[in-house]
Write a protein that binds this ligand. Structure first.
Ligand code: FE2
Length: 370
């Protein structure tokens, strides 16, 4: 077991909320609810199992014998930046590129950072492999090349204080790091289309996620192209949407002293750097349009339903497979993401930093007709 994983397990075992969850799960020995996709996929893989432990061991048996190794060639674009030979592997036509051949702990001179930033703006999700040696502090240094690292959910001073396992684990030296943990005892995954913390007035410009442990199969993060979502709406809806705003409301885990945070943002958003229009409605956090527009309830429901259909269309999405040491950095303004909740009973331990734009005037979402 790697040092990082041992450290995480120690932190979990010293965490009161986690040990409570673990003790309860072990005492009840009940399968994970099928209302949660983690439970549904597990039940589909092992329908005969009556208890949680039977189901877990049956799934582990099915996956026994998997080995790690090279199986195929792939398409990539070779590029040399600052003397470093990179291989750029596209994941899908419009979004997602894996940058092979870089060491994020050292290959970060100005030319490389400028190259990565341009690639990130174009592809909106860039991924890296084999970065397990990158410490949380080095990950923060990498993040700071692109934006201002503030709190766990972006803006400082607007931080959820609801107890949860992830929030309650402090990563040494990097208080801004959010830990996202799931395992056999504490099942969970953010398995709905969303952009991070859009319930903030100034939502994160980007998020950077490091995988410290992942299952051999499953637990991918999927991304969805918000420029394509805007283009895919009917002309009529696009026209109507241009004058609308929507209310973004946080979830229970985002509450601050019992208050649920919310913000109002335009329905179409102008990307502050590329100038392109994107659909800034994701129904993870948006449940309704702002009431001041007076859109009749049936019309509002029809519009939101049309927008919802754009979320996760196969043609707009890519999947990023995790492995220990994989990192993904996404443009939180222009893609949605969702975890794939299919990996119970395996562990998935992630570390996330969010960044805000160094240019303060670009932080608040706006719409400027093209
Ligand atoms: Fe997220």
């Amino acid at each position: 077991m790697s040092e990082a994983k041992t450290e995480i397990e120690n932190m979990l075992n010293n965490n009161e909320l986690y040990t409570e969850l673990k003790d309860r799960a072990e005492a009840l020995n009940r399968p994970v609810s099928r209302k949660n996709p983690l439970g549904a996929v597990a039940a589909a893989r092992s329908p005969e199992a009556k208890t949680r432990s039977e189901r877990a061991s049956s799934i582990r048996k099915q996956d026994a014998g998997l080995v790690r190794g090279f199986v195929q060639e792939t398409w990539y674009k070779p590029v040399t930046v600052s003397g470093v030979e990179l291989k750029l592997e596209p994941l899908q036509p419009s979004i997602g590129t894996i940058v092979h051949g870089i060491d994020l702990a050292k290959d970060l001179d100005d030319a490389m950072v400028a190259f990565l930033r341009q690639l990130w703006l174009e592809r909106r999700v860039i991924g890296f492999r084999n970065q397990q040696h990158v410490t949380p502090l080095q990950m923060k240094a990498f993040a700071e090349k692109f934006g201002e690292v503030q709190a766990r959910y972006g803006e400082k001073g607007h931080e959820p204080n609801t107890p949860s396992v992830g929030h309650n684990i402090d990563v040494p030296d990097v208080p801004e790091m959010l830990t996202i943990m799931a395992d056999e005892n504490a099942p969970g995954a953010a398995a709905n289309w969303h952009a991070d913390a859009t319930w903030q007035q100034k939502p994160p410009m980007g998020s950077i996620l490091m995988c410290r442990e992942s299952p051999a199969v499953g637990g991918d993060t999927c991304f969805c192209d918000c420029y394509a979502m805007w283009q895919g709406l009917s002309d009529e809806t696009r026209e109507k949407a241009k004058s609308l705003t929507a209310v973004h409301v946080g979830a229970v885990i985002h509450q601050m002293d019992g208050e649920t945070p919310s913000s109002v943002h335009p329905v179409p958003r102008t990307h502050p750097e590329t100038g392109q229009t994107l659909l800034y409605v994701q129904q993870g956090f948006v449940k309704h349009l702002h009431p001041s527009h007076g859109v009749p309830a049936n019309e509002e429901a029809a519009m939101l339903a049309e927008m919802k259909k754009q979320e996760g269309r196969l043609e707009y999405t890519c999947r990023f497979k995790w492995d220990e040491g994989s990192i993904a950095m996404w443009d939180n303004r222009a893609v949605l993401h969702s975890a794939s909740a299919d990996f119970w009973p395996y562990s998935r331990y992630m570390e996330r930093l969010t960044i805000l734009d160094y240019e303060e005037k670009r932080r608040v979402p706006f719409y400027q007709p093209e």
